[in-house]
Design a protein around this ligand. Structure first.
Ligand code: NAP
Length: 436
């Protein structure tokens, strides 16, 4: 039997225990896994799973130091004490399974370095895309491809809000409030709606896709707070939908660009059809072409499916008899190369200003003659070529003008916009959204 300790018995911890206590009809290796301890904060809280009371403890330190435990499953969330407990568990020679994207995105370098030195695995399938298998496919099944780009809808809350804004035509703030009432958004929704959660996840995917570490601070994150019903309506008229995309791509010269921002997605692209709380990850590689992984990005059962698959992978590899001593001696050779994360160099990051993108911009202007001409001149002087420019109507006494550009340099676009913003005729620029 392989004994495991679980840190956390909330949504994901409960789902994990439920699978482990009910192994019949699932993979036969599950029957060699035994839950030795489960750590929680409040011992008296009613639980949805029936565990013998002596298994549940508030002493999480005792779990990570327990000599009987081989695998520590961290499903408590947050940075501390999760980080310290994981490092201590690694120090005591435990393999780690975690669902904690925020922790891995910010402290992955420290954790993976410690794990490689100790000859143990850190597995994180549940950290991105909930139940969707994407981490192991990137490491294994897709690993022979030269990956050019990974594009994800990897935050269920924002996709739910944008989908409802598209279907119902409502405003962001009203739909966010309703999503909070229905449990689709947290009381403090910042991490989701400002793109930070998606930023954590795409940093992890980028690191796997391109084989280099990513500093979380280098990931550009722009959320959906500024998207208005009027932008959704324009997108619809132009045959697009607005999605919060997380994009990791290799750009000219070999550097990597990793970013999260709202994006106009053409209605006929597969990602445009991903609605509600669902997640999808589109991987583009050579020679495979495009593969889209789609499924439930959160929830107890879905996320636990990913957690338990990681436990099984370690149990399976452990049966290959690789000793920790061999692994410490030579982690690249001894640790199972398809499970471990061995890259130690940082990726060279491409600044946003070096990218080329197409933009949708909405201006509110004074209703005076010649504004469209001035916009055209300013864009032209900064080498920004325009695909369409339309005056669509009025918001109060302000004329509304919508511009869609061709693919242009982000730096040129920014300087054009800085000049346009200072024109007397321009009242404000409420929306700037990239077009896929
Ligand atoms: P949760 O429902 O809030 O559960 C957290 C659990 O950890 C609770 O059992 C809590 O104990 C325990 N805990 C938290 N802090 C603790 C502390 N300081 N000491 C002892 N116990 C502590 O969280 P969750 O939704 O299951 O999420 C867990 C992790 O999975 C997070 O990293 C999250 O990002 C990730 N994840 C979640 C989902 C999802 O659908 N929920 C999907 C993908 C990834 P008590 O029960 O006693 O309060």
């Amino acid at each position: 039997m392989v004994k495991i300790g679980i840190l956390g018995l909330g949504t994901v911890g409960t789902g994990t225990v439920q699978i482990l206590l009910d192994p019949v009809g699932r993979h036969h290796l599950l029957q060699s896994v035994e839950i030795r301890r489960v750590g929680v904060r409040s011992i008296d809280k009613p639980r949805a799973v029936d565990l013998p009371s002596e298994l549940v403890t508030t002493d999480l330190d005792a779990i990570v130091c327990d000599p009987e435990i081989e695998i520590v499953v961290e499903v408590m969330g947050g940075i501390e004490p999760a980080r310290s407990l994981i490092l201590k568990a690694i120090e005591h020679g435990k393999h780690i399974v975690t669902a904690n994207k925020a922790l891995i995105a910010k402290f992955g370098d420290e954790i993976f370095t410690a794990a490689n030195q100790a000859g143990v695995y850190v597995m994180l399938e549940a950290a991105v895309g909930g139940g969707i298998p994407v981490i192991q496919p990137l490491k294994q099944s897709l690993g022979v491809n030269r990956i050019g780009r990974v594009t994800g809808i990897i935050n269920g809350t924002t996709n739910y809000i944008l989908t409802r804004m598209t279907v119902e035509g409502g405003e962001f703030a009203d739909i966010l409030a309703d999503a909070q009432k229905l449990g689709y958004a947290e009381a403090d929704p910042t991490a989701d709606i400002d793109g930070l959660d998606a930023g954590d996840k795409i940093a992890i995917l980028a690191s796997l896709a391109f084989g280099g570490r990513i500093k979380r601070d280098d990931v550009y994150c722009e959320g959906i707070r500024k998207i208005g019903a009027v932008d959704i309506a324009y997108a619809d008229k132009l045959n697009f939908v607005i999605k919060l995309l997380a994009i990791a791509e290799r750009v000219e010269g070999g550097a990597v660009s990793v970013r999260v921002h709202p994006t106009f997605v053409p209605r006929d692209r597969p990602l445009a059809t991903v609605n509600g709380v669902y997640n999808a990850i589109l991987v583009e590689g050579d020679p495979l072409g495009e593969v889209m992984l789609f499924g439930p990005g959160a929830g107890a059962g879905a996320t636990a499916s990913a957690v338990v698959s990681d436990i099984l992978a370690i149990v399976g590899v452990r049966q290959c008899h690789i000793s920790r001593e061999e692994a410490i001696e030579s982690p690249h050779n001894a640790l199972h190369p398809l499970l471990s994360c061995n890259h130690t160099e940082y990726s060279q990051m491409a600044p946003l200003s070096s990218l080329r993108s197409s933009f949708y911009v909405r201006f509110l202007c004074l209703d005076v003659p010649g504004v469209i001409g001035k916009l055209g001149t300013s864009f032209g002087e900064h080498h920004v070529s325009i695909e369409s420019i339309v005056q669509t109507g009025f918001q109060g006494d302000r004329a509304e003008i919508v511009v869609v550009t061709h693919d242009v340099s982000e730096a040129d676009f920014d300087s054009a916009l800085a000049e346009i913003g200072s024109l007397e005729a321009i009242d404000s620029i409420p929306s700037i959204i990239r077009v896929l």
